[in-house]
Design a protein around this ligand. Structure first.
Ligand SMILES: Nc1nc2c(c(=O)[nH]1)N[C@H]1C(S)=C(S)[C@@H](COP(=O)(O)O)O[C@H]1N2
Ligand SMILES: [Mo]
Length: 190
């Protein structure tokens, strides 16, 4: 579908003004910006980005042994999930960072943070916002059953502990251990 607007505003040059084609369900690389013409052709396009860029190779392939012709151009993308939540620390401390893992804590990515929708959060600005929840979100590809983990770091570098066992106490209070959510893939190809 042709696109002239983005988020209800006129499309800007960086994103393809005056005209961009958007291909739903397909990787962004195929949504051509600054569209000039469309050719209907019988053969697969031989352009650089179809033949020598967005293709998925197995782990054994590197820049020295790559043979581009052995794989198809990537068209669809895998299922994507938006992970969101809120973080808060005591005493008016800001939230320095929220880390999210989708492999049980082996690797982490940093979530984006905000308090007002669309306004990036700055953890050290002097404002009463620090006394309130900080929302976070990150979009990830998930293609098999896994465990999603989120942990926050506050402006004094306090970090949520990994396990409840590490902070066990008689009353069972202050259990701020990593929040874990198990996700079960339901598709047969996951
Ligand atoms: N004309 C043109 N369109 C293009 C590209 C390009 O280099 N030239 N890059 C593609 C790639 S690889 C991506 S990821 C998206 C990025 O779009 P965005 O800048 O709006 O996020 O544009 C796609 N469309
Ligand atoms: Mo891209």
């Amino acid at each position: 579908m042709p696109l002239k607007e983005m988020e209800a505003k006129p499309l800007n040059r960086d994103h393809g003004y005056p005209l961009r084609v958007v291909v739903p369900g397909v990787i962004g690389a195929r949504s051509v910006k600054w569209l000039e013409e469309i050719n209907i052709i019988a053969e697969e396009c031989q352009g650089f980005f179809m033949q020598k860029d967005y293709k998925m190779f197995p782990p054994s392939v590197n820049w020295d042994n790559i043979d581009w012709s052995t794989r198809r151009p990537q068209m669809d993308f895998p299922v994507q999930v938006k992970i969101s939540g809120y973080a808060a620390s005591g005493g008016g401390r800001g939230i320095e960072r929220v880390d999210v893992s989708i492999d049980g804590g082996k690797t982490w990515m940093e979530a984006s943070r905000y308090q007002k929708s669309g306004v990036p959060y700055i953890s050290d600005h002097a404002s009463s916002d620090k006394w309130a929840w900080v929302f976070f979100e990150v979009t990830v590809d998930i293609c098999h059953s896994t465990e999603i983990i989120a942990k926050a770091v506050d402006s004094s570098a306090n970090v949520q502990p990994e396990k409840v066992e590490d902070i066990w106490n008689l009353r069972g209070i202050l259990n701020t251990s990593w929040h874990r959510v198990k996700v079960q893939a339901s598709h047969s190809n996951m």
